[in-house]
Design a protein. Structure first.
Length: 348
């Protein structure tokens, strides 16, 4: 798609968005409410008309093609199953609408139910099934035609955490089995990082960064991406020296550290991203550490979540594994924190 624009009155919901998707790719549109991700998906699906730009599939424009002729599978947040139909009838509905013969329909439905582990529920109605099972039926209905492209609009948001994580894995396996292109919309960073080949982060109707999950998380392009995708510490520091893609910086507490940087800035002050899990803490002062005072400490099972304040007044969020020998620090305890150059990133 190229230069896609959509207005609602004076509100610019999608602002000159261009995105190339490789066949067979699992790509996620990630962003907060109002960022334009669902609007963009609806434009691709054909539910709304674009005001500018073009959408192409295999080099052919489709933005003037009716929704039902675009050949896309669609999974909605609300499942949208027919309550008066069995699982088999729900899944076979697209085939019947396409005029497939009975033998083809029965064979394709049986194959799809097997893929989605729904064979034993074939004659049940949606009301007899759990939320997770209903969601699998909705996915089965979307893929039964073996579409080249499957569009998914926050399909897991209504599920509890454990079930959501289970279906995330199933979706990744399904993607590898079918080889379809999947365009997935979510506001959940964990979902995006877990399932995607690439993530397009949207804000105010524009794509602000598109990259692999690893690069989005480790090397965000700006403050918005850094703060939206995962928890982060944004440390303001003075640039002491820059050599190539490495900077030496000093923060308000006087802590001198190195950081990776692709920024054109080489003098003055910079904002540095430090992920909470990349901070090392110790009870004893090290050769390159900074003292911090604990202001909050939570035990989260395998993870300890600690908030601590540096001498300059900045707060650090620290996440570390519960190794068994480390006790949960008390409020007021002094710890010594440090991080290396590969643990932080200077934002542009």
């Amino acid at each position: 798609m190229s230069g896609i624009t959509k207005r609602y009155g004076q509100f610019l919901a999608v602002d000159d968005v261009s995105l190339n998707i490789t066949p067979g790719e699992f790509i996620t549109l990630l962003g907060p409410s109002g960022s334009g991700k669902t609007t963009l998906l609806n434009l691709i699906a054909g539910f709304h008309k674009i005001d500018g730009g073009q959408i192409l599939v295999d080099g052919r424009p489709i933005h003037n093609v009716p929704t039902h002729k675009r050949g896309f599978g669609m999974v909605f947040q609300s499942y949208a199953l027919f309550p008066n139909m069995t699982v088999t009838q729900n899944v076979g509905f697209p085939l019947r609408m396409a005029g497939a013969d009975r033998e083809t329909t029965e064979r394709r439905v049986a194959e799809t139910l097997e893929i989605m582990r729904l064979s034993e529920h074939a004659q049940k109605s949606p009301s007899q099934m759990s939320g997770g099972q209903q969601q699998r039926v909705a996915i089965a209905r979307a893929i039964v035609m073996r579409p080249k492209v499957v569009l998914m609009d926050e399909p897991l948001s209504a599920l509890d955490r454990r079930l959501r994580e289970s279906i995330q894995i199933e979706l990744r396996d399904l993607h590898q089995t079918l080889g379809s292109t999947i365009l997935f919309v979510t506001h959940d960073q964990g979902e995006a990082l877990t399932m995607s080949d690439r993530i397009a982060v949207l804000n105010a109707g524009r794509i602000v960064q598109i990259d692999t999950p690893v690069n989005i998380y480790r090397h965000p392009s700006n403050r918005f991406v850094a703060s939206f995708v995962g928890e982060s510490n944004l440390v303001e520091a003075e640039i002491v020296q820059k050599r190539g893609d490495m900077m030496t910086l000093r923060n308000k507490a006087g802590y001198v550290f190195n950081a990776q940087s692709r920024s054109a800035i080489d003098v003055g002050r910079a904002m540095v991203l430090v992920r909470p899990e990349r901070i090392t803490i110790s009870n004893e002062a090290g050769a390159n550490s900074v003292p911090v005072k604990v202001t909050s400490a939570l035990f989260l099972g395998e993870i300890l979540r600690i908030e601590a304040q540096m001498e300059g007044g900045e707060t650090l969020l620290i996440r570390c594994t519960d190794s068994g020998h480390r006790g949960l620090p008390a409020v007021g305890d002094v710890l010594h924190a440090s991080w290396g150059a590969s643990d932080c990133w200077v934002l542009s």
